[in-house]
Design a protein around this ligand. Structure first.
Ligand code: NAP
Length: 333
């Protein structure tokens, strides 16, 4: 049967303004880094996207290399759009990125004009789209002049291949340099996508303030530390979890006994709030008004629905915040 989106899809989601732009993003966005590649079950991937849209999620985040194999998440997303969402493109904010290794040789990586233009052309073909809503430079390039990378992002917007520009994994000093170049070119940076969770807090040192001062949005990625900040690993490593899979970037080196101990303590605090650990970890990010949207991953529709419910309570008592800091210990920066 053809998919018909829920008519109530905008009733329960919260939408936050992204910096000083005209764009609002759903408080929860869905990322397609894992679970949408050609190693994954296509029907499940399609069901996750439909569940997201029905829950009011408007923002879907991709990159050239998502899969595995690299590019396959964009191909599958394009098929899912074509099969189920024709007529709904204007209700969606779709992003892609380039910056990591995508093809062999000197033109398939980093931040040159040659790479970024070619990569976005390939991404658009794979997704069967005319444009993306946000195009990100995925990581800073220590060799290419920032002026070349930023001028390319500006060009991409002027060509109509992206509506807005984002930066990802940029540290504060290089972010400030980059956004000033973009401002001068007339294409302001819409949003920054950093890694941020209870377990990864470098952004608190200066980036969040810099984003606020410059009125740029913030969309933290891996808010659940790839699953470690959920109830998933509290009692061992389940089959079919990201940690148990042969591909991906969650390894036992990252999933330390210390993190599991902290997750168990956090889980008790979450239970007192009548939340799952995943919901509390997302709410803990959303409590900060500098956060526009939290970019979650999900391997099933039910996981995503669990995460979406986090928006129902993003208020924390001071005592709860203190208990969370205690559970995390002092090694969070
Ligand atoms: N810009 C960048 O450099 C960059 C880097 C990484 C990611 N990202 C973006 O951020 C997105 C999210 O990253 P992520 O997938 O690492 O996010 P995450 O939300 O930290 O982790 C997602 C994983 O956590 C588990 N999970 C999710 N919801 C759950 C729930 N309610 N209860 C229990 N377990 C739950 C699932 O693990 P299982 O699969 O084991 O079930 C899921 O695959 C990516 O898709 C991508 O768009 C960007």
């Amino acid at each position: 049967m053809n998919y018909i989106p829920s008519i109530n899809r905008y009733q329960n989601m919260v939408y936050n303004r992204c910096g000083n732009s005209g764009i609002k993003l759903s408080a929860i966005s869905l990322g397609l880094w894992h679970n949408f590649g050609d190693v994954d079950d296509f029907k499940n991937s399609a069901n996750i996207i439909k569940t997201a849209f029905d829950a009011g999620i408007t923002h879907f985040d991709l990159a050239n290399n998502y899969g595995p194999s690299p590019g396959s998440a964009e191909i599958n997303f394009g098929k899912i759009l074509k099969q189920n969402f024709s007529g709904y493109r204007d209700e969606m904010m779709i992003s892609s990125k380039a910056g990591y290794t995508m093809w062999p040789g000197p033109y398939g990586d980093w931040g040159s004009k040659k790479y970024l233009i070619s990569s976005l052309n390939q991404s658009l073909k794979r997704m069967q789209l005319d444009y993306v809503d946000i195009f990100y430079h995925h990581r800073p390039d220590p060799e290419t002049p920032l002026e070349e990378t930023m001028a390319t992002l500006d060009l991409i917007v002027r060509q109509g291949k992206a509506l807005y520009i984002g930066l990802s994994n940029y540290k504060t000093p290089e972010f400030l340099k980059a956004i000033n170049i973009l401002k001068d070119l007339g294409t302001p940076c819409l949003i920054h996508q950093p890694k941020y969770s209870m377990f990864e807090r470098w952004v608190e040192e200066s980036l969040l303030n810099a984003l606020e001062q410059n009125q740029v949005g913030c969309i933290p990625f891996s808010p659940l530390a790839q699953g470690l900040l959920t109830n998933k690993y509290l009692n061992g490593i389940p089959d079919n979890s990201r940690l148990a899979k042969p591909h991906g970037f969650l390894t036992s080196q990252y999933a330390t006994a210390d993190k599991i101990t902290k997750a168990r303590k956090l889980n008790l605090i979450a239970a007192q709030r009548n939340q799952t650990l995943a919901q509390m970890a997302i709410a803990w990010l959303l409590k900060d008004q500098r956060i526009t949207s939290v970019l979650v991953g999900a391997s099933s529709p039910s996981q995503l629905l669990d995460s979406v419910k986090s928006t129902e309570n993003i208020y924390f008592e001071n005592a709860e915040l203190l208990n969370i800091e205690q559970a995390l210990g002092s090694s969070t920066f």
